[in-house]
Design a binder for this molecule. Structure first.
Ligand SMILES: [Zn+2]
Length: 317
């Protein structure tokens, strides 16, 4: 049995499910940047979310037609709040399409699962954050997640870590199959929220992907690009520009404030920019120049050429 598929093509993650809960070809596909679902899961306000599963399980158990419909709507709402909850919604769609009475055992299990969520979800959040601190956080745990896993997990009891606050890896169903047309990847066939968490964490370890707290917003981000990245590139919570863009801008203005070389550079830049308006040079000539100027500036910053060389270049170019 499975209710959602999850896989990580390159720097993305994809979660697929069947809108009818029939476990056929998935009809819904959501793509996110790599690890975004896990990261945003740790940021969920669980007190708000955890109220829902209680009412939902009561409604479902009542078998009253109207209350069951009501519960399904709420489960759908929960799935919209976070992609990990899609697995619950699809499971109940499936059970409903098969008829609750014909699947007594599965329904009991699924009800137990819903009832335990208010305790499980905050526990998962803690365990994931602890996993970050001990295994994946480049600033706390270093650059080698697999080494850290060997340190903290007992491999004769693979479902247990030496630390009860660390997320225990789950036994997962995966299949290696073609994804997105041109590549193959392990695809998780998820039954529970914990399956998706486990798969996300293990993929980070497998690919040696570390995480770091962003210097601007303080949220964790996955280092899928440069390990030296200090600012996240995640979608901001408040609709402002991303931290990477903000950070680069802040660093740039701070550094330039009292740099005499930069002042010369900026003066030349402005002067030439004015030439475009005056019709002395074309846009493309200006861009070609500014590209060269940035290269020269970079060489100067890196000490390959001296500040004098750079200033001379600016004047003569
Ligand atoms: Zn940030």
């Amino acid at each position: 049995m499975w209710y959602c598929k999850m896989y990580f093509p390159g720097r993305h993650e994809v979660i697929e499910s069947d809108a009818f809960g029939t476990q056929g070809a998935p009809s819904q596909r959501k793509a996110f940047p790599f690890l975004e679902s896990l990261l945003s899961f740790t940021e969920l306000d669980i007190r708000k979310v955890a109220v829902a599963p209680r009412c939902i399980s009561d409604d479902l158990e009542s078998l009253d037609r109207e209350r069951v419909t009501n519960a399904m709507v709420k489960l759908g709402g929960l799935a919209d709040t976070h992609s990990f909850f899609r697995v619950l919604y699809t499971k109940w769609l499936y059970l409903r399409s098969k008829g609750f009475k014909n699947n007594g055992e599965e329904v009991t299990c699924a009800l137990d699962e819903l009832r335990s969520l208010p305790e499980e979800l905050p526990l998962y959040q803690k365990q994931i954050l602890h996993f970050f601190e001990l295994i994946l956080d480049i600033d706390k745990a270093g650059r080698e997640p697999s080494r850290q896993v060997l340190r903290y997990y007992h491999f004769d009891k693979p479902d247990q870590s030496s630390d009860p606050e660390l997320f225990p890896f789950r036994l997962l169903t995966t299949r290696f199959e073609p994804v997105d047309g041109d590549a193959c990847a392990p695809v998780l066939y998820a039954n529970t929220v914990a399956d998706m968490i486990s798969f996300s964490l293990q993929t980070c370890v497998e690919r040696s992907i570390t995480v770091r707290r962003c210097k601007n917003c303080g949220r964790y981000f996955a280092q899928t690009g440069r390990v030296s990245a200090e600012y996240c590139d995640r979608t901001p919570l408040d609709g402002q520009s991303s931290c990477r863009a903000m950070g680069a801008f802040q660093q740039w203005t701070l550094k330039q404030a009292d740099d005499p070389v930069f002042k010369v550079y900026r003066r030349e830049y402005k002067r030439r920019f004015a030439w475009i308006k005056a019709g002395r040079i074309s846009d493309s000539e200006f861009y070609a120049w500014s590209e060269q100027a940035r290269e020269q500036k970079k060489k100067c910053d890196e000490g390959i050429i001296t500040a004098e060389d750079f200033q001379r270049w600016l004047k003569e170019s």
